[in-house]
Design a protein around this ligand. Structure first.
Ligand SMILES: Cc1cc2nc3c(=O)[nH]c(=O)nc-3n(C[C@H](O)[C@H](O)[C@H](O)COP(=O)(O)OP(=O)(O)OC[C@H]3O[C@@H](n4cnc5c(N)ncnc54)[C@H](O)[C@@H]3O)c2cc1C
Length: 412
């Protein structure tokens, strides 16, 4: 079988989101997704199977951004699940779990979301039992593998089942593009997305911890609330019973993600799915950062979700789940103020590529130490500003002492 890197000339490597729409739509199964050296999946094409029908290009959400949007003014809500356990175990306020429950209560419902597989990699899967909601619950900060899930969703929709899909904004647009037409029985959730990290970076981080704790990983729990929602922690449980627990400022994996932007997918640094008119989901979920400053009653450090209702279908969904959640309407300015990722992609660390290419040889710890150390230029800049501050402070002290002396001598 001759497999070549897929050559969609108009999609640049740095723009491909790995959404897998092309692989799902290919009627010849000529496309597979393969990991590159950085650990991200990209489409590859089997030249012998390809009949050059062009379906993959026509269904690429990067080439053909989501166009038709309902004429609806988005509404922003802050809220959380009334079930304390669900809220504690969820990333934000547990709204996803409450919505999922709504679908799985009846026999004709199914929910699709991301879960960890046995190798601690993330894959999308479909569930149809309420007991399986914990598998999908919680944010997994690496890119999920969609595999052939769009095809499975289409099969369910064709059978008349009601499906709730939750994924990154690019995956939601990809599913809509793949389906080609709106389905009344499909409900779409996305989330405010900072970006997806390389599965290779998480694997290297786990290897580092497994060596330190001398045990394989049992469970990963990002944004654990032991130290509160605002100070969210990373909790890794090991098979020998040991637990790694570090808050957002102490955990190198989270610092590498949110402070140094070291290992996100290239397309996430220039995300095309942040503009309001490119949003395809019925409801966008997120953390309502900063809500406590506007209304302290809405932040008791247990997790507050942001819900942006984008369509009338989303409004109906929120109405249906309302008996199980607490929610209050908020203005869009407050939402954007606390969550810049709603509008802006994160900056790209110039050392990102070197970090990922040295990961295999050096391991996570050495790479992290090396590539988060300030450069000579940064150190000189810091020294310049620090010296400037010291000089300014001393000059002010000398001037005030001189002033006092002159005052004393004139009063004498
Ligand atoms: C990679 C990533 C980046 C995010 N960045 C931000 C941000 O910058 N600002 C912000 O406010 N919120 C962000 N979120 C969203 C936030 O962390 C919560 O997921 C969201 O608020 C929903 O919380 P919840 O308590 O309702 O549900 P949760 O129980 O947290 O439900 C999570 C849902 O997200 C899906 N999911 C989890 N991981 C992935 C993944 N890797 N790929 C696709 N789907 C996934 C699950 O299937 C589930 O459906 C991000 C989430 C992820 C996964």
């Amino acid at each position: 079988m001759e497999v070549k890197r897929k050559d969609i000339r108009s999609v640049r490597h740095c723009d491909c989101t790995g959404c897998s729409a092309c692989m799902n739509i290919c009627c010849r199964d000529a496309i597979i997704m393969k990991q590159d050296a950085e650990g991200f999946i990209y489409p590859w094409i089997d030249r012998e199977k390809c009949i050059h029908c062009g379906l993959c290009e026509k269904n690429c959400p990067v080439l053909h951004p989501f166009g038709k949007r309902e004429n609806y003014t988005p509404q922003v809500w802050a809220g959380w699940s009334k079930d304390v356990d669900t809220r504690y175990k969820s990333t934000s306020g547990g709204i996803f779990s409450e919505l999922a429950r709504l679908f799985l209560k009846t026999a004709d419902g199914a929910v699709c979301g991301a879960r960890y597989n046995n190798n601690h990699m993330v894959v999308h899967c479909l569930i149809d039992r309420e007991e399986d909601i914990p598998l999908l619950r919680q944010s997994k900060y690496i890119q999920s593998d969609i595999n052939y899930i769009y095809r499975e969703i289409k099969a369910k929709l064709d059978l008349g089942k009601r499906v709730l899909f939750c994924g990154c904004p690019c995956q939601v647009v990809a599913l809509r593009t793949y389906l080609g037409r709106p389905h009344d029985n499909l409900f779409l959730l996305d989330f405010i997305c900072r970006g997806s990290n390389s599965p290779k970076a998480l694997a290297a981080f786990l290897v580092m911890l497994e060596t330190k704790y001398s045990s394989p990983t049992n469970r990963i729990w990002f944004k654990n609330k032991t130290s509160g929602w605002n100070l969210f922690s990373t909790r890794i449980e090991f098979e020998n019973g040991d637990i790694y627990l570090k808050n957002r400022y102490e955990d190198p994996f989270i610092q590498g993600y949110i402070r140094y932007n070291l290992y996100m997918r290239p397309s996430c640094y220039r995300c095309k799915f942040k503009e309001r008119n490119s949003i395809a989901a019925d409801i966008t979920l997120g953390d309502f950062w900063g809500i406590g400053q506007r209304d302290p009653a809405l932040d008791n450090d247990m997790g507050t979700s942001m819900m942006i209702v984008n369509t009338s279908k989303g409004e109906a969904l929120l109405e249906a789940v309302r008996p199980n959640i607490m929610c209050r309407k908020i203005d869009m300015e407050t939402a954007i103020g606390g969550n810049p990722c709603l509008k802006k992609s994160p900056w790209k660390n110039p050392r990102r590529h070197r970090f990922l290419s040295h990961l295999d040889r050096w391991g996570y710890e050495r790479c992290y130490r090396h590539y988060t150390r300030p450069t000579l230029k940064e150190r000189l800049k810091n020294a310049y500003y620090t010296t400037g501050h010291i000089v300014k402070y001393m000059a002010l002290r000398i001037l005030s002492l001189l002033g006092r002396k002159i005052n004393q001598s004139t009063t004498k």
